[in-house]
Design a protein around this ligand. Structure first.
Ligand SMILES: Nc1nc2c(ncn2[C@@H]2O[C@H](COP(=O)(O)OP(=O)(O)O)[C@@H](O)[C@H]2O)c(=O)[nH]1
Ligand SMILES: [Mg+2]
Length: 331
C-alpha cells in the first residue's frame, strides 16, 4: 500500500470495512476516491476504487429493485405446471375451492371480504401440480390494485360463480365486464390465435360454477350456459360435497396445454416421482434441454415408451412427445 495515504483516506477506508449495507459501502468508497492523493503512485488504487464503486452502485440498484418487487402482494411467483387465479364477486366460494383442493391456509367464511391478498396453493391433477391462487373479491365498484396485473400474469383465469345465488347471472356479467373494460377477453381454447395489435388480451379462462349442491343450482346453471353461449367453458362443481372437482382439475390441465414426461436413466426404471412438464408440441430435444444443457448438447438419440410409440422405440431429437411418455436419452 502506498505510504502517503492521508488520515482522511484511512478513515474512509475504515468506514468501508465496517459498512453493513450496500448504501454505506458505496458512500465510503466514494469518500475514499475523493480523499485519495491523486498521483501516479495511486493510479492502480484509483482504478480499483472506481471498479468497486460501479459494482456497489449495481448492488444498491439490485437491492432497491428486490425491495420494490417484495412490496407487491399481488405478485405470486408461478409454480407447477401453471398458475390459475380464481376471481369473482364476494362470497361465491373461491376460497372454498382452494381449500378443498390444496393445503393452502385460506379463509372460508359466510361473510364477504375475508380474503385480502392472493393465497396460492398447489392442487394436483393426477401427478401434475397446478397452482391455484385464491384472490380477494372484485366488484364493479372496487377492483383491488394489483389484481389486474395478477390476472394478466396468470396462465388461466377461473371466474367463480355461486349457482345458489339469485344474482349469479349479474355476478358473472359484472366480472366479465370488469375484464372487458381492462381489455381482457377470456377464451377457453387452449391455443390462442396470434393477437392483432389493437385486439384485447386473450386470456385462457373458464367459468367455475360452484355450489352445484345448493337449491336452484340446476336452473341457474342452465341460464348461465345460455348467457355465455358456449364462449367460455363452464364446469359445475361443489366445494362442499367435492362433486366434479376432479372434472375441474382435468379441465384446468387440458387448458394449460402441457404434457408430462418421465425420464428414464439407461438401464434403470423410469423416475415416476415427479414428471417433467413441457408445453404441448415439445420434442425429445426440448426435454433434454429442460433436464440439462449438457444433455442437449451431447444428445445422440432417445428411446421412448408410451401410447404413441413401440415400447423402447428409437427416436430422433425432433420427435414430438406425448403426455405420459417415458424417455431414455442417450448421449
Ligand atoms: N353449499 C355450499 N356452500 C359453499 C360452497 N362453496 C362455498 N360455500 C360456502 O359459501 C360461503 C362463502 O365461501 P368462500 O369460499 O369464503 O367465498 P369467497 O368469498 O368467494 O372466497 C362459505 O360459507 C362457504 O362455506 C359449495 O360448493 N356449496
Ligand atoms: Mg375468499
Amino acid at each position: 500500500m502506498p505510504a502517503n495515504l492521508t488520515p482522511d483516506y484511512q478513515r474512509a477506508e475504515r468506514r468501508y470495512r465496517e459498512a453493513e449495507t450496500p448504501a454505506d459501502k458505496l458512500a465510503a468508497l466514494e469518500e475514499m476516491l475523493r480523499t485519495i492523493p491523486k498521483h501516479k503512485g495511486t493510479d492502480k488504487l484509483q482504478a480499483e476504487l472506481k471498479r468497486k464503486i460501479s459494482q456497489a452502485r449495481e448492488n444498491l440498484t439490485a437491492q432497491k429493485k428486490a425491495a420494490g418487487a417484495g412490496k407487491d402482494p399481488f405478485h405470486v411467483p408461478r409454480q407447477g405446471a401453471g398458475q390459475v387465479v380464481l376471481i369473482g364477486v364476494p362470497n361465491v366460494g373461491k376460497s372454498a375451492i382452494v381449500e378443498a383442493l390444496t393445503e393452502a391456509p385460506v379463509k372460508v367464511a359466510d361473510f364477504p371480504y375475508t380474503t385480502h391478498a392472493p393465497v396460492p396453493g398447489m392442487a394436483y391433477y393426477e401427478d401434475a401440480p397446478i397452482q391455484l391462487v385464491d384472490m380477494p373479491p372484485m366488484t364493479p365498484e372496487h377492483v383491488p390494485g394489483g389484481m389486474i396485473g395478477a390476472i394478466r400474469n396468470a396462465d388461466i383465469v377461473a371466474v367463480v360463480a355461486n349457482l345458489g345465488a339469485d344474482s349469479v347471472l349479474d355476478d358473472v356479467d359484472a366480472v366479465l365486464g370488469i375484464l372487458r373494460e381492462r381489455n381482457i377477453q377470456l377464451l377457453s381454447e387452449p391455443i390462442l390465435p396470434e393477437p392483432e395489435p389493437e385486439a384485447p388480451l386473450a386470456k385462457r379462462g373458464l367459468l367455475v360454477a360452484t355450489g352445484c349442491d345448493r337449491d336452484n343450482a340446476a336452473g341457474n346453471l342452465e341460464m348461465l350456459t345460455e348467457l355465455l353461449d358456449n364462449r367460455i367453458k363452464t364446469v359445475a362443481v361443489s366445494a362442499a360435497s367435492g362433486e366434479h372437482l376432479d372434472v375441474l382439475l382435468r379441465t384446468l390441465f387440458e387448458l394449460l396445454h402441457v404434457l408430462r414426461v418421465y425420464a428414464k436413466p439407461p438401464g434403470k426404471p423410469p423416475d415416476k416421482s415427479a414428471p417433467f412438464i413441457l408445453p404441448v408440441g415439445s420434442t425429445v430435444l426440448d426435454l433434454a434441454t429442460h433436464i440439462h444443457k449438457e444433455l442437449a448438447s451431447s444428445f445422440k438419440h432417445a428411446r421412448l415408451w408410451g401410447d404413441n410409440v413401440f415400447p423402447g422405440q428409437h427416436v430422433h431429437h425432433d420427435h414430438i412427445l406425448h403426455d405420459k411418455d417415458i424417455a431414455e436419452i442417450h448421449m
